[in-house]
Design a protein around this ligand. Structure first.
Ligand SMILES: *Cc1c(COP(=O)(O)O)cnc(C)c1O
Length: 221
């Protein structure tokens, strides 16, 4: 099936409140343009240099989501244009995003990346660490960042019960923390090609789908 057909099929399965991020990492601009030609505008990238290059080469009205692990010293390359940074995992990084946001006179929207999986390889904050960031005095002073919710990845497993339990733990945390801080953090970014249907059932509002749209990735290119 073509990129257009894949997109059309996935979109027909998504409830209206769920945003689809087409994850285009490692994929050429031609395939992104195919998706763009259907009216799709939300794309996700993991690597700063690749994102900066694609941003420079592709239409200006694309909403670029940074979904990878972001190092503080690279924030400056995406700060002028990034639409949403999904993988924030420290207050220090939020401070740097704030600094760069100020420079470009923007409020940069961010999600805190939470560690929910049963694996050692995944990045992210514990629920306690999220709470301490979200209740910190410093955060209220960062006027050029806005924390809008959470991002997570479930364990890479066939065990649906496990995946469901992990997503649910984040949904429950969101409900609790919103009461504690008395603010809405409405975005929940979870669900990928293999588990987005479960993710939506468990409260996802943003799914990040790559291979089911663009085909398998080949990292040797
Ligand atoms: C690559 C990636 C995705 C998309 O994965 P697929 O399995 O290809 O859908 C989603 N989220 C993150 C953080 C990724 O790195």
């Amino acid at each position: 099936m073509s990129v257009q057909e894949n997109l059309h099929k996935i979109k027909s399965e998504l409830p209206a409140h769920v945003t689809l991020i087409a994850v285009s990492k490692t994929k050429p601009n031609e395939l992104i343009k195919e998706a763009y030609s259907t009216g799709h505008r939300d794309f996700g990238e993991n690597y700063v240099q690749e994102l900066a290059d694609k941003h420079a080469q592709l239409p200006d009205d694309i909403r670029w989501h940074f979904i990878g692990h972001l190092q503080s010293n690279k924030v400056k390359y995406i700060a002028p244009f990034v639409y949403l940074i999904h993988g924030v995992d420290s207050l220090k990084l939020l401070e740097e995003i704030n600094k760069q946001g100020k420079k470009y006179n923007r409020v940069i929207h961010c999600l805190l990346q939470v560690y929910i999986a049963n694996e050692e390889t995944k990045f992210g904050l514990s629920f306690d660490e999220c709470e301490s960031i979200l209740t910190s005095e410093l955060l209220t002073k960062l006027e050029n960042v806005k924390t809008c919710g959470f991002m997570a990845m479930a364990t890479n497993t066939e065990d649906e019960t496990q995946i469901r339990k992990e997503f649910k733990s984040l949904k429950d945390f969101q409900t609790q923390i919103q009461k504690i801080i008395n603010l809405e953090l409405p975005i929940l970014s979870f669900g990928m090609s293999s588990d987005y249907k479960i993710a939506i059932e468990e409260g996802s509002t943003m799914v990040r789908i790559g291979s089911s749209i663009f085909g398998e990735r080949n990292y040797n290119n």
